[in-house]
Design a protein around this ligand. Structure first.
Ligand code: F6R
Length: 614
């Protein structure tokens, strides 16, 4: 949420900042801005409401020949999206400029104190309070900028990733973070700062992740220095990022979302590579193997996650219960953290997060750690806060997910959970050899099956055209596919702004059936599984009330074809893996409905990828 970039080196900073902001626009696109220290030492700040395109137009004809600068793309928290609330913010005396991702929780108290000292504020943001606090401390306590940042942050409560520059200093950026991501790329005599390391990979693959409560002094011609808020020098670890620039481009697709949907046959291969032996079907996951005592001694497994990752976790719960016979619970991280959940040291808490930066999930992890539980991460982004803040974990390895609506991360998460349940179930002896072989063979078959599903994209696009008129949808599924129904409905809501609800098919008659009429389509997930007959009866109930049914069914199922109005055929998989197959046509249906409605699918209104605020 909010993208931040910075550059200091010998090149022109502005094009690098704008390029970085474009790559970070998925994190927020309410407003954008840059600040630079010009060669004569002047501080130039340019910012405006709207996307990076608007900023680029605004910059046209302005002097931008600086070699040091910071930039920001905003997802509004405090204050509406407008030019004044856009970042960078600068101190009332115009001496320092700052970009900020996060929320300063005690900003009201700090603001009143600064106002009492005569500081006049222009914006409604919490960020402007912080930049003025830094400047106030710098002038009243007579310290340099790095020290003023450190002292200010000791008075701040909240989450932040900030970068600060000052008039008259063309060499130095001060950066700091607490609970919001920040990476520093080390180039040849130059430094790049970003809230997402992938946005700077075209310049350098050598990345330093700034730790919580650390302040970095990023200075041209000098080695990077990092200090804790208590002024102790921190260790610097350089991580090599294994990403290519093509992972970050649309690769000929009109939208990242469509690219990412189509990547799934490959991302599943990447996810299972080296983990499922293609010859023997043997599953080896180091996160299970290396911590086997914690897993075997687990009293319970508790998944904590948000949004799509929460839906994947509902499937994870069923996988762990059925294959490992471990009691499993699924919690919204945002609810879990504000309850007083009962946790035991022999619980295993599994944090599931594509970005690895979701603030609520991070807070839930902290709670689990306090209780002494073993905390395991299922993340996509390498080196993310959750990946680094858990005891162990498994990456889903699906590559950067840039479309705001999560697609390939969902199928990767379910794939990882299936592998985990297999590896643990085998060790616990709760799976027969035949069950184990069936599921592991099922995993290996997924890429081809997904290719088959994607070959029907055009038919799904035609179906979407028919239903573009609908204002409400209901998605029904049972068992493993109840979470798939929730996920299908979420995809439609978030990118097409059409109201959609996912429901367990049999629950429909306890209320939502009253909604059924010819105007509200039902998407029914009816594969050949243990709930097939029952779900079919639920579909009949919808038809009997004049509802229109789009059925996602097993290839060649004549029974469903006779009952439903429209069908989407999918290959049959092992029951627990069927959600991976079924979710793909639901992603495509949502995508095409959004396209026919003229929505911006990669940047849906009000949303941003990676929710780093509470
Ligand atoms: C939906 C979506 C969100 C995320 C949620 C959690 O398409 O993307 O619901 O799933 O914000 O994000 P992560 O998985 O990054 O923790």
């Amino acid at each position: 949420m909010c993208g931040i970039v910075g550059y200091v080196g010998d090149r022109q900073a502005c094009p690098i900042l704008l390029g970085g902001l474009r790559r970070l626009e998925y994190r927020g696109y309410d407003s954008a801005g840059v600040a630079m220290v010009m060669p004569d030492g002047d501080l130039a700040v340019y910012k405006c409401k709207g996307k990076v395109d608007a900023l680029e137009k605004y910059l046209d004809g302005k002097a931008t020949d600086a070699t040091i600068g910071i930039g920001h793309t905003r997802w509004a928290t405090h204050g509406e999206p407008n030019d004044t609330n856009a970042h960078p913010h600068y101190s009332a005396d115009g001496r320092i400029a700052m970009i900020h991702n996060g929320i300063i929780e005690n900003y009201r108290v700090l603001k009143e104190a600064l106002q009492a000292h005569g500081v006049v504020f222009r914006s409604e943001t919490d960020s402007e309070v912080l930049v003025n606090l830094i400047e106030y401390i710098r002038t009243t306590e007579g310290c340099d900028l790095a020290e003023a940042v450190r002292r200010s942050l000791k008075r701040v409560v909240g989450a932040y990733a900030i970068a600060v520059i000052e008039r008259g200093n063309t060499d130095r950026i001060i950066a700091a973070r607490q609970s919001s991501p920040m990476a520093i790329g080390i180039g040849n005599g130059e430094y790049f700062i970003s809230s997402d390391a992938s946005s700077i990979v075209e310049y350098t693959q050598d990345i330093v992740y700034v730790g919580d409560g650390e302040v970095a002094v990023v200075e041209r011609g000098k080695a990077l220095q990092v200090f804790t808020l208590d002024n102790q020098e921190a260790d610097i670890q350089v991580t090599r990022l294994d990403l290519s620039i093509s992972d970050l481009e649309r690769g000929g697709y009109p939208h990242f979302m469509l690219k990412e949907i189509n990547e799934q046959p490959r991302t599943i291969v990447d996810c299972i590579r080296g983990r499922v032996n293609p010859d023997t079907g043997q599953v080896i996951l180091s996160g299970i193997r290396d911590n086997i005592d914690r897993w075997l001694g687990a009293r319970r497994v508790i998944f904590v996650a948000c949004g799509t990752s929460w839906h994947a976790s509902l499937i994870g719960k069923q996988l762990f219960e059925s294959m490992c016979r471990i009691p499993a619970e699924v919690e919204y991280a945002s609810e879990f953290r504000y309850r007083r959940p009962v946790l035991f040291p022999d619980d295993v808490v599994i944090a599931v997060s594509q970005s690895g930066e979701t603030a609520d999930t991070l807070a839930a992890i902290a709670l689990a750690r306090e209780a002494g539980a073993f905390v395991y991460g299922i993340c996509n982004v390498i080196g993310s806060s959750i990946a680094r803040g858990t005891d162990s974990g498994t990456y889903i390895h699906v590559g950067p997910e840039i479309g705001v609506a999560s697609t390939k991360a969902f199928t990767g998460q379910v794939t990882v959970m299936a592998m985990m349940a297999l590896a643990l179930g085998e060790r616990k002896g709760t799976l027969s050899a035949a069950q184990y072989a069936e599921v592991s063979r099922g995993l290996l078959a997924l890429p081809d099956q997904l290719r088959e599903v994607l070959s029907h994209s055009e038919q799904i696009a035609d179906l979407a055209k028919i239903f573009t008129y609908a204002r409400n949808f209901i998605y029904l599924g049972r068992g493993y596919n109840y979470p798939t129904a929730l996920e299908g409905a979420l995809k439609l809501k978030e990118i097409s702004y059409v109201h959609a609800e996912g429901y367990p098919a049999a629950e429909m008659k306890h209320g939502p059936i009253a909604l059924i009429d010819a105007e509200m389509p039902t998407v029914a997930i009816v594969p050949h599984d243990s709930t097939y007959e029952k779900t079919l009866s639920n579909v009949e109930e919808v038809k009997a009330r004049g509802g229109k049914v789009i059925a996602v069914m097993a290839r060649g199922d004549e029974m469903v074809r006779r009952i439903a109005d429209y069908v989407i055929e999918v290959p049959s998989a092992v029951e627990c893996l069927q959600p991976i197959i079924v979710s793909v046509p639901l992603q495509l249906l949502a995508y095409y409905i959004a396209i026919y409605k003229g929505r911006n699918v990669d940047q849906p209104r009000n949303l941003a990828k990676s929710v780093t605020v509470e």
